[in-house]
Design a protein around this ligand. Sequence first.
Ligand code: CP
Length: 330
Amino acid sequence: MKHLLSTLDLSRSDALAILDTAEQMAAVGQREVKKLPALRGRTVVNLFFEDSTRTRTSFEAAAKRLSADVINFSAKGSSVSKGESLKDTAQTLAAMGADAVVIRHGASGAPARLAGSGWIDAAVLNAGDGTHEHPTQALLDAFTMRRHRAALAGVPSTGTDLAGLKVAIVGDILHSRVARSNLWLLKTLGAEVTLVAPPTLLPFGADSWPCTISYDLDEALAAGPDVVMMLRIQAERMHSAFFPSVQEYSRRWGFGDERLARLDALGLPHTILMHPGPMNRGLEISSAAADSPRSTVLEQVSNGVAVRMASLYLLLSGESGPRTAQETAS
Ligand code: CP
């Protein structure tokens, strides 16, 4: 694999190799010296045309923990504002010796264009493109789900898969690259996915996707999901009204205090509550839910560093499978 563009490109063994390698990288994160020399002499460019907190900082932390040099580029304040194209921007940064380009772009397909254009020779990692895909988010989400499943079963995460895991993905599916990447990856790993949304926030053609569709969050909760993943309402991508009011959306599709209490009443003590961030507290999720013991929001952020270390390591070191952290360090 030369690039990481879409979870659709990942076979089950590719995905498990990344998750297993991420376990080893997470172990490095527990050490006093959280650094490996694996990518010493390599350069990773973070090329962000859209805002980001988690993805950009965790790719930077991941590259630095692997001893790579990191160049951070943000379109804001750059020559993009003078009209410089994606091609010229990418080639300029590649001329500084980039081995990997991590790109976030508002246009769906921009990372694939960069990877397939021949403009640059570096590995391309998609850090979120338009409403299309966000593969490392899906991988860190799968990593988080797998750890919870393994802990519940009292077995190691490595080697555990997600077969039969019931996952409800709730909210603004229409604009969500996180939902798409998660759906394809979870399907590959054997999970059963239900998308829950108002009809206006489901994309045309979603009825042919490999999942169940529900318009009723309470019905989806009554089905006993192992995981409830709440999605952010992406107001910046909404150019018309998709629901009557914030109050109406929150009441019908938000995860509030009442639904948090209902998980106990439904006999679901182990159901976890995920959110990729950033959260609209009080809209798709209440503060009580976001900060509850069921919430994995900050755990997802920590796991993101390990998963991005694994992705960079596997793409740049030429390894087809995981090695132990000890082997990597030697
Ligand atoms: N989850 C996610 O992509 O967050 P950022 O936009 O902060 O990177």
